[in-house]
Design a protein around this ligand. Structure first.
Ligand code: NAD
Length: 510
């Protein structure tokens, strides 16, 4: 039978950052909340902080004074677990150590009713492992909130091998009743968000390790692609110690699969105490933060006799429109060639080519064109005003084309940022790897594509979900980019998800 959790008496264990937030949300939703912490006085202090928070919300008009008062009256700090016998739901937000969590649930089993639900807010521990040893392991479920709890909508409802489906469903429904956006997930390392997000950091760190670009260049490219923060500024905000610990735990939990290997670049920052904002220095120095980018080239391209836009995809259409407006004052109209297998511009025989994953020197060799530059995927989904775009010129190009390539990108409306001739440049490789990771999560039954999209939008504020990117991906497929990375690096990190290989095959069959 589905446990009825609506407005049931609730015990929150752990009155730290997460436990206090969970207590606030539950109390505002009408639950009587008991708050327990092993440190004497911690629960009472948390309640006092919550009183100030709720008063503040009332003062700003976000809550009526009566509602704030009613929520506060529902939160009661307790000094012993024995006072929580009547709780029907326990949400655990204590220290992230499996033994401590197991011991707590074993104690609680002796106290509360046999059908009370146990929910853990763990960010990384297996729910299956945590339930091992309980008398009723089916009652334990993951209820993974995001920080700050009252603000972040996402809740990952995580089922271990023993979790009863009715228990997961009851916590899912409860999260909805609390105004959250829950998604179901199977208990696997990193669950949904902390797993699928790994490439966002890993690709930036890999590019920094091979000295492809400065952190501020990478961040600008991602902001232009619609992300609120680039990966380097985000890692500085999260703290390199925390980010490194999460990556390391996902890596270890996956039996040291190279796909999740942490970065030496980040370990050096951690070892040096350069933890980001909290220590005053990480990639950037604070309070100054992200430095300004170098001024873009202001040179205009030399007049061309013939400009042809290639590609039958949406990016080809976008380039045609941009080239059309840029050339109109000169009385020129670009030609369009849709079906010769690449996207970009041919300018009197020199080429600007949208990346398909291969570096410019390889594309130049295959096309037999020395004056060639490869550029990153321009944002199609973001509508961002920032038009930063990474590009790399073929090493064998003439000096004239080195200056002309960015001038043409500028004329098309981009802010061209030179990076090393690295496979898949910056945004294309990262989006492809995020999609690839999400595809493997779906393949392994961790979540549905819809849950992955919702989780990445709501848990880490991505401008779109990985399957939305896949849907909107025009031009050469994501699989082509991942395969090109795989052949360039020849490791295990860039192996293509079989799910994506199948999807790519289906898309190519007429
Ligand atoms: P925190 O350090 O702010 O709070 C933990 C509290 O638990 C402390 O007050 C501590 O005294 C208490 N505590 C520790 N062991 C206890 C025990 N055995 N019994 C009772 N109380 C105990 O930590 P937090 O950031 O709130 O994290 C709590 C949990 O939530 C962890 O499992 C963490 O992984 C998870 N989580 C944290 C975040 C985040 O951003 N901080 C996000 C999602 C999940």
């Amino acid at each position: 039978m589905t446990p009825i959790l609506s407005q049931c008496p609730l015990l929150v264990v752990g009155a730290g950052i997460m436990g206090s937030g969970i207590a606030q949300v539950a109390a505002q939703a009408g639950h009587p909340v008991l708050l327990f912490d092993m440190r004497d006085g911690a629960a009472a202090e948390a309640r006092a902080r919550l009183a100030a928070t709720l008063d503040g919300l009332a003062a700003k008009g976000k809550l009526t004074a009566e509602a704030a008062q009613a929520a506060m009256s529902r939160i009661r700090p307790i000094g012993t677990l024995a006072e929580a016998r009547d709780a029907r739901l326990v949400v655990e937000a204590i220290v992230e150590r499996i033994e401590a969590k197991r011991e707590l649930f074993r104690q609680l089993e002796e106290l509360v009713a046999a059908d009370a639900v146990f929910a853990s807010n763990t960010s990384s521990i297996s729910i299956t492992a945590m339930a091992n040893g309980l008398k009723h392991p089916g009652r334990l479920v993951g209820m993974h909130f995001f920080n700050p709890v009252p603000v972040m909508k996402l809740v990952e409802v995580i089922s271990g091998l023993s979790t009863e489906p009715v228990v997961a469903e009851a916590v899912f429904q409860l999260s909805l009743a609390w105004g959250k956006a829950p998604v179901h997930a199977r208990s696997t390392p990193g669950f949904i968000v902390n797993r699928i997000a790994r490439p966002y950091y890993a690709e930036a760190l890999a590019l920094l390790q091979e000295r492809a670009a400065e952190p501020q260049v990478l961040d600008a490219c991602f902001r232009a692609a619609g992300f609120r923060m680039g990966p380097c500024e985000l890692m500085d905000l999260i703290g390199h110690d925390t980010n490194f610990a999460v990556t390391s735990s996902v890596y270890e939990a996956n039996f040291y699969d190279k796909r999740y290997m942490p970065s030496l670049v980040q370990r050096e920052l951690v070892d040096g105490g350069l933890l980001g904002r909290k220590s005053g220095r990480g990639f950037y120095t604070y309070p100054a933060g992200v430095p300004a980018l170098p001024a873009p080239p202001c040179e205009r391209p030399a007049p061309a006799l013939r400009v042809t836009v290639h590609g039958q995809d949406a990016i080809g259409d976008m380039l045609e429109e941009a080239a059309g407006s840029a050339l109109a004052p000169m009385g020129q109209i670009p030609a369009r060639q849709r079906d010769d297998g690449w996207t970009g511009l041919d300018i009197d025989g020199a080429r600007l080519v949208l990346t398909e994953g291969a570096p410019a020197f390889e594309v130049a060799a295959v096309m037999g064109v020395a004056d060639l530059a490869v550029f990153d995927r321009p944002a199609a989904l973001s509508g961002s005003a920032d038009r930063s775009l990474a590009y790399a010129v073929n090493a064998g190009a003439g000096a004239g084309w080195r200056a002309q390539a960015p001038a043409w990108l500028r004329l098309l409306g981009f802010l061209p940022l030179p990076v090393a001739d690295t496979p898949g440049l910056v945004v294309a490789r990262t989006l492809a790897m995020l999609i690839n990771e999400a595809a493997d999560a779906v393949l392994q039954g961790v979540c549905t594509p819809e849950a992955a999209d919702a989780a990445m939008r709501l848990g880490v504020n991505y401008p779109a979900g990985p399957f939305e990117w896949l849907q909107a991906w025009s031009g050469p497929g994501v699989a082509r980019v991942v395969d090109a990375l795989d052949s360039a690096y020849r490791g295990e990190r860039y192996r293509l998800s079989p799910w994506l290989r199948r999807a790519d095959h289906r898309a190519s069959v007429p």
